[in-house]
Design a protein around this ligand. Structure first.
Ligand code: SF4
Length: 181
């Protein structure tokens, strides 16, 4: 029998009484979404290896509710782009993003995905935010698994505090329109 201690996620702020707990819908939805992010790994080179280590037993992304890796954009909500993205690859990445349903979030893992990295050349996209909006950037070449976990936790914070109405707000529509999405 395991003697490991299970840590529960803290409940959102609310009013507690005997037999009831009241809180805001925003907080409950945010809590559920933040702890069940399903990753879609878009890994093209070395940073992908760090992601494999992040998923493996030592770092174990399952601790954050993200063990269910999806290779179908329609069943994922956290797009993790890891590796050098060539300009020829950019339309494919964009198509994958378009196939994800809302709400969807994007993490640029490593220098290449964030800015092109050391590959300041004619063929490499100088950051995926040239073609899709990015929520979190993880620095490093490559970033260690701890940094990737840190990036996921930063995204969790963002997801937890995001309003359920954000996706239909004029600001969000404007952001997508600036990418012709
Ligand atoms: S950031 Fe570095 S480690 Fe990551 S894909 Fe680019 S060259 Fe490879």
């Amino acid at each position: 029998m395991s003697d490991s201690k299970t840590n529960m996620v803290a409940p959102p702020e609310g009013v507690v009484g005997e037999g009831f707990f009241a809180t805001k819908l925003n907080d409950v939805v945010g809590l559920a979404r933040a702890n069940s992010l399903w990753p879609l790994p878009f890994a093209t080179s070395c940073c992908g290896i760090e992601f494999m280590a992040t998923m493996a037993s030592h770092y174990d992304l399952a601790r954050f509710g993200s063990e269910r890796v999806s290779f179908s954009p329609r069943q994922a909500d956290m797009l993790m782009v890891m590796g050098t993205i060539s300009k020829k690859m950019a339309p494919i990445l964009r198509q994958v993003y378009e196939q994800m349903s809302e709400p969807r979030w994007v993490i640029a893992v490593g220098a290449c995905a964030s800015s092109g990295g050391v590959f300041d050349t004619y063929s490499v996209l100088q950051g995926i935010d040239k073609v899709i909006p990015v929520d979190v950037y993880v620095p490093g070449c490559p970033p260690r698994p701890e940094q990737i976990v840190d990036g996921v936790m930063a995204l969790q914070e963002l997801v937890r505090t995001e309003s359920v109405r954000r996706r239909s707000s004029p600001e969000y529509k404007e952001l997508l329109a600036s990418y012709n999405l």
